[in-house]
Ligand binder design. Structure first.
Ligand code: SF4
Ligand code: FES
Length: 207
């Protein structure tokens, strides 16, 4: 049986969160190299679902969603993982839905206004906020490029893995929970405080 794309962050009947735990080994896609084309279905997870009214089109990208439940708490009448479909776009105004979507930290939720109203205004400054024992939340006019400089994707919101265990690099896929990742407190070592040159920090060259 091939990969079955999810219908919501936590499909009906699931008792666990979206991601590693819910999918289990049998459903995990083959690891995709960073920069590899995002192919729907086989191997690549990218599944975008869209929900329309005359005023707004809401997109949900299951590859980026890590089930923070921020959307569910913001507008429970619109975002409900017990319902099918899980987004009822008619249940509130386009303005309220847009406001809730802009709170989604991963960029899994995006929207287009089809009534002429302005779309999401990208945050002027770029901010990176470490989630305690979890990913980096990045906002701004963000472009993600591979090591050759080729554009991989761009958007106003992303949640990037900092534990190293995600199989959806560079995005968080909740694997930090599986490995019980704990970020170290920030401490500037004595070596760095007394360093006179990069050589004093590490004699090796390169990352
Ligand atoms: S706010 Fe975004 S990441 Fe969180 S559950 Fe909703 S769609 Fe998924
Ligand atoms: S920080 Fe979430 S998978 Fe690495």
């Amino acid at each position: 049986m091939g990969y079955v794309p999810p219908e919501s962050p936590m499909p009906r009947g699931s008792s666990q969160g979206f991601g590693w735990h819910r999918m289990g080994a049998g459903f995990r896609p083959a690891p995709r190299r960073y920069g590899e084309p995002r192919t729907p279905g086989e191997g690549g997870l990218m599944v975008k679902r869209s929900y329309h009214t005359d005023e707004i089109v809401v997109h949900w990208d299951s590859e980026l969603c890590i089930h923070t439940a921020i959307c569910l708490n913001a507008l429970p009448n619109v975002f409900d993982v017990q319902a099918s479909p899980w987004i009822t776009v008619e249940a509130d105004s386009a303005e309220e839905i847009a406001r809730a979507i802009e709170r989604c930290p991963t960029g899994a939720l995006t929207y287009e206004r089809t009534d002429g109203a302005p779309g999401e205004q990208t945050q002027a400054e770029t901010t990176v906020i470490p989630w305690p024992n979890g990913p980096l939340m990045v906002r701004g006019n963000v472009e993600i490029r591979d090591a050759t400089g080729e554009l991989f994707t761009a958007g106003p919101r992303f949640t990037l893995c900092r534990c190293g265990a995600s199989q959806n690099q560079p995005f968080c896929d909740l694997s930090h929970r599986r490995i019980q990742f704990h970020n170290n407190p920030r401490v500037v070592s004595a070596d760095r405080e007394t360093a006179q040159s990069p050589q004093d920090i590490d004699p090796r060259i390169g990352p």
